[in-house]
Write a protein that binds this ligand. Structure first.
Ligand SMILES: *[C@@H]1O[C@H](CO)[C@@H](O)[C@H](O)[C@H]1NC(C)=O
Ligand SMILES: *[C@@H]1O[C@H](CO)[C@@H](O)[C@H](O)[C@H]1NC(C)=O
Ligand SMILES: *[C@@H]1O[C@H](CO)[C@@H](O)[C@H](O)[C@H]1NC(C)=O
Ligand SMILES: *[C@@H]1O[C@H](CO)[C@@H](O)[C@H](O)[C@H]1NC(C)=O
Ligand SMILES: *[C@@H]1O[C@H](CO)[C@@H](O)[C@H](O)[C@H]1NC(C)=O
Ligand SMILES: *[C@@H]1O[C@H](CO)[C@@H](O)[C@H](O)[C@H]1NC(C)=O
Ligand SMILES: *[C@@H]1O[C@H](CO)[C@@H](O)[C@H](O)[C@H]1NC(C)=O
Ligand SMILES: *[C@@H]1O[C@H](CO)[C@@H](O)[C@H](O)[C@H]1NC(C)=O
Length: 907
């Protein structure tokens, strides 16, 4: 990781050198000016040293990285680079502050004796750093020789072109992954057999052999034939009640309902509930990656056998676990035969060649490489994405390093070695992003945007051209997914990645690399004792208190995942002392305050207090000049300190108090009260959510970078002003406007939102609103639309049908009329339709050829809709019809839920 550390240090030096003060210093003759120009010269020299070192490391071979002398040297280089980053941070803190950025304030800086002392200190630290770099250079000459790469070979090309050529991902929803056809057929037959009794099927084999890929592909196809289905990962650290809870929520979420409240149930209650539910249905449940028999036996009593042909599939590495299934129901996966391996490999590695045929000069190399993979799909995938589109000399380089790593090693080790090799060839900018993912607990589901914000806060993301950091980071994520390092677990309605997960074999690898490279420390409940300065600490399991004896004063990142951690001295006393802290995430902890002097953390970029019980932010928060993300969503904070307006680098602000999670009450949430006076946060991209008033509405117009805005409590008088302000936000893609009262009429006819994708309007609307330019022209790109309490008299559908790209449409109290007709050709991409709470509606008609992609309908509280929608049989892709509080056919099911699953239950 030395390369990555150098990259970060260089970036920071670049920033430091670009501060205005450095330019201005030269024109002054005072002592501080002299110190400043000295600082500048030193930083320039260090930059040069680091650059040279960087290009040296670029030429290193994997062999070198396993040589003890080299490894020790690299670790020292990494430490030196980290130290330089610290100094850069301090320098920017001293001068980068806006207060000092202007000529006018230079005098102040020069007068303050404190600044002079601080800059002298920095100068002397720089001197030390420069010396240690020189020393490292000499040490290298004396002890370490770097293998020169052959001229012309440029493995690190990727760094000059951060966006890699596309490589198809292994874990995507690809219809045919060659090599598993036969097993897929076997598994499908076992699932669909005529056997009415519940049966258990086991799929087993070593890590990386493709169990999960096989089961996923079958599950995705066959789940349609079951009334309910769930996919649960067991993993090593399972807890029975956690698994049961997950099962319940998974089963419920398939029907988009939340009818089973499990919060206060104990294990017995949970089991009883689930058992009763399963007894009546035909279910398909996958238990992925069970480590021992116990993990199944402790929950298996919930799997009731209603004799409807239910199936459970368990995947495991352990033959013992596999033996839980009858012999005929066991499916053991073995490594792929050479021929199949070759097919998989050449299909992707040579995807740019004609017919995917291996070019003759590479045949020998390629065959050799494939044989080294020992038929492990994961290894093949790793190498093929590594080699795809590379030159012959690069192939040779990889090939030459393989035998040394792989021969005469066990299969798991082989896999690990292949992954490691592949990791070594990763572009530098991806390495740290990847390692970062192992700071989260096993099986953690990353929310895409949050992960991107964290990478940015850590400084991993380069500014490239006119793209925002978020856009660049998005490219990194896509590269990691394409390298199969992360797999996509959930997509939103229009196909964008929402949640992803790190493959567990990769996490294992990353964890060992992290430890080795001193990238981060994972605290999992054991006492830790080390004299190495820790930079990142992730508390996975603490048991309330964390006991440690490691130097933390240089800590940059602190994340917690154990909700029971509360009174730890780390939280109560130590945090304000961790002055370099860049990322602090205390999400989900039930703490009710943060230290009043949190403002001491001058370097903080990310402060996450989501779902905590914190009620107030201390005033010192205004000193966090570098803060980029402030996440207070779901905390008890409803007002921000006025000093928040000084946080000029803020990009994302989340703060919202939940009132009604079902969105039935009006309002269902409330935003945060904005500070008094102007708030000009020019970089702000996300503001979720703010309480409106006429001042706020005016001020919003200054936030021209906003991508996502949610505003509550808008009054009619302010609606025109709001439209004016919104029209200045040229990048706005998500917007939610909520009026102050359910009968408050908002005049939004002048809304003009060219980039809008997701729009939520909860307010009474004028009848002509839907004829406004927004719905006719500028908003044609809308994917998701929610109209609540609009109370329109005219049928909204004919006008809305112009929105051809709509994938989600919800109408809640939106229409006062009696009939809704969906005409042929309308809403071709719509996947989800929600109709709620329309008291006069008596008829819904669905013509043939309308909503051809529709998968799910939800009806709720349509009290006069007695008849089933006419023509619903035309919806060929419909999978779910959810009825909540409905009176169809005179049958009252108030307060309960009925889920009709089309392919299996005749309604
Ligand atoms: C920077 O390097 C140059 C050339 O090696 C040297 O002459 C100069 O003294 C160095 N500057 C500082 C401040 O160390
Ligand atoms: C490690 O590298 C040094 C210098 O390049 C070399 O002298 C030494 O023999 C290497 N050690 C091993 C075990 O390869
Ligand atoms: C692997 O083992 C075989 C047989 O034991 C031996 O001949 C060969 O040299 C070994 N290869 C390496 C690279 O150690
Ligand atoms: C196999 O690889 C592992 C992991 O790199 C290594 O620790 C082990 O010593 C290797 N074993 C042999 C026999 O080469
Ligand atoms: C990743 O793969 C997808 C699909 O093959 C492609 O569209 C995308 O551009 C790739 N992204 C990167 C960063 O390589
Ligand atoms: C906090 O809790 C939510 C809901 O249980 C969960 O989705 C999220 O991953 C948790 N976050 C952390 C950092 O543990
Ligand atoms: C912010 O908006 C107000 C009202 O529209 C305006 O008077 C002020 O000049 C704006 N400030 C900046 C910095 O643009
Ligand atoms: C609708 O979606 C398609 C495909 O995603 C896109 O090409 C088109 O530009 C979109 N239309 C509008 C008006 O945004």
């Amino acid at each position: 990781m030395a390369e990555a550390a150098i990259l970060v240090a260089l970036k920071l030096l670049g920033q430091a050198l670009a501060t205005e003060i450095v330019r201005l210093a030269s024109s002054h003759a005072s002592e501080i000016a002299l110190t400043m120009s000295d600082l500048e010269a030193r930083m320039n020299n260090i930059t040069i040293e680091l650059r040279v070192m960087q290009s040296l490391l670029d030429q290193m071979d994997i062999h070198d990285q396993s040589n003890k002398t080299m490894v020790t040297w690299l670790l020292e280089v990494q430490k030196a680079a980290d130290r330089i980053k610290d100094i850069g941070d301090e320098f920017i803190h001293l001068v980068g502050h806006e207060k000092f950025g202007k000529r006018f304030y230079m005098k102040n800086l020069f007068k303050e004796p404190k600044s002079l002392i601080a800059s002298k200190q920095i100068a002397s630290q720089l001197e030390t750093a420069e010396k240690s770099l020189k020393l490292l250079g000499e040490l290298k000459e004396r002890w370490v020789s770097v293998t020169r790469a052959e001229p012309g070979s440029s493995t690190n090309n990727a760094d000059q072109h951060p966006v890699q050529e596309p490589v198809t991902a292994y874990f995507t929803d690809e219809p045919d992954i060659i090599g598993i056809d036969e097993n897929r057929e076997k598994l499908t037959n076992l699932i669909n057999s005529k056997e009415p009794h519940l049966s258990l099927i086991s799929v087993w084999g070593m890590g990386g052999i493709g169990k999960t890929t096989l089961v996923t592909s079958v599950f995705d196809r066959e789940k349609e034939h079951f009334s309910c289905h769930a996919w649960i990962r067991i993993g090593q650290a399972y807890k029975p009640d956690g698994i049961i809870r997950n099962l319940i929520s998974e089963i419920c979420s398939n029907g988009q309902s939340t009818q089973i409240k499990t919060d206060h149930m104990d294990l017995r209650g949970l089991k009883e509930t689930l058992r009763r539910f399963l007894q009546q249905t035909k279910y398909l449940i996958v238990l992925d990656d069970a480590w021992d028999q116990n993990s199944y036996q402790r929950i298996c009593d919930v799997f009731a056998d209603g004799q409807q042909g239910s199936r459970i599939i368990i995947t495991t590495r352990n033959a013992d676990v596999a033996s839980l299934a009858r012999e005929s129901n066991r499916l053991g996966l073995t490594p792929l035969p050479v021929k199949e391996s070759w097919k998989i490999f050449s299909n992707k590695a040579f995807q740019f060649e004609q017919n995917h045929v291996c070019p003759p000069p590479l045949v020998e190399l390629a065959k050799h490489i494939v044989s080294k993979c020992n038929g492990l799909p994961l290894a093949l995938v790793c190498l093929e994405s590594l080699l795809c589109g590379k030159t012959e000399s690069e192939w040779k380089r990889v090939h030459d390093q393989l035998p040394w790593e792989l021969e005469n090693n066990t299969t798991l080790h082989r896999l690990k070695n292949v992954l490691k090799l592949s990791f070594n060839y990763f572009p530098k900018h991806l390495k740290q992003c990847f390692l970062y993912c192992c700071m989260f607990p096993e099986d953690y589901l990353f929310a895409r945007k949050k992960l991107l914000r964290l990478w940015i806060a850590e400084g991993f993301v380069e500014q490239i051209g006119g793209s925002t950091l978020e856009e660049t980071a998005e490219g990194y994520l896509s590269e990691l997914i394409n390298h199969s390092m992360l797999r996509v677990m959930k997509k939103n309605y229009f196909g964008r990645v929402k949640k992803c997960q790190i493959h567990d074999t990769f996490r294992m690898l990353a964890t060992s690399l992290c430890m080795k490279d001193n990238f981060c420390l994972l605290y999992e409940g054991e006492f830790i004792n080390s004299d190495i300065c820790v930079r990142r600490l992730s508390v996975i399991k603490s048991g309330n208190n964390i006991v440690y004896q490691v130097p933390l004063q240089k800590l940059r990142t602190l994340m917690t995942f154990d909700h029971s951690m509360m009174d730890s001295s780390l939280l109560t006393q130590d945090i304000p002392k961790l002055t370099y802290l860049t990322v602090l995430s205390l999400e989900n902890l039930s703490i009710d305050s943060v230290p009043h002097n949190i403002g001491n953390l001058f370097n903080l970029h990310y402060l996450g207090l989501r779902n905590t019980k914190v009620k107030l932010l201390p005033d010192s928060i205004e000193k966090l000049h570098d803060l980029q993300t402030l996440d207070l969503m779901g905390s008890e904070i409803c007002k921000l300190p006025d000093g928040i307006v000084k946080l000029k680098k803020l990009r994302h602000l989340f703060a919202e108090v939940l009132i009604d999670s079902a969105f039935k009450l009006f309002p269902s949430r409330s935003g945060i009260y904005a500070p008094k006076g102007p708030f000009y946060l020019k970089d702000l991209q996300t503001l979720k959510a703010v309480e409106s008033n006429s001042m706020v509405v005016e001020e919003l117009g200054n936030l021209t970078q906003l991508r996502s805005l949610r505003i509550w409590n808008v009054k009619e008088n302010d609606s025109t002003g709001l439209c004016r302000s919104l029209s200045r936000m040229n990048s706005l893609s998500k917007l939610a406007i909520n009026s102050s009262h359910e009968n408050e009429l908002l005049q939004l006819e002048n809304l003009n939102l060219p980039q809008i994708q997701k729009l939520i309007l909860n307010a009474q609307l004028k009848e002509n609103m839907l004829e406004s330019p927004l719905f006719q022209t500028s908003g044609k790109g809308i994917h998701e639309l929610w109209l609540g309490w609009s109370q329109l008299q005219n049928d909204p559908l004919p006008t809305l049908s112009h929105l051809k790209n709509l994938t989600f449409l919800a109408l809640q109290k939106a229409y006062q009329g009696q009939r809704l007709i969906f005409k042929a050709g309308w809403f071709p991409k719509l996947k989800i339709l929600v109709l709620r709470h329309m008291p006069n509606l008596i008829q819904v008609e669905i013509e043939q050829g309308t909503m051809v992609s529709l998968e799910q309908i939800m009806f709720q509280e349509l009290n006069k809709l007695m008849e089933f929608p006419k023509g619903i049989q035309h919806l060929m892709n419909l999978k779910w019809l959810i009825c909540k509080d409905m009176y169809f056919g005179g049958l009252e099911n108030k307060g309960t839920h009925k889920i009709y699953h089309f392919n299996c239950q005749v309604v």
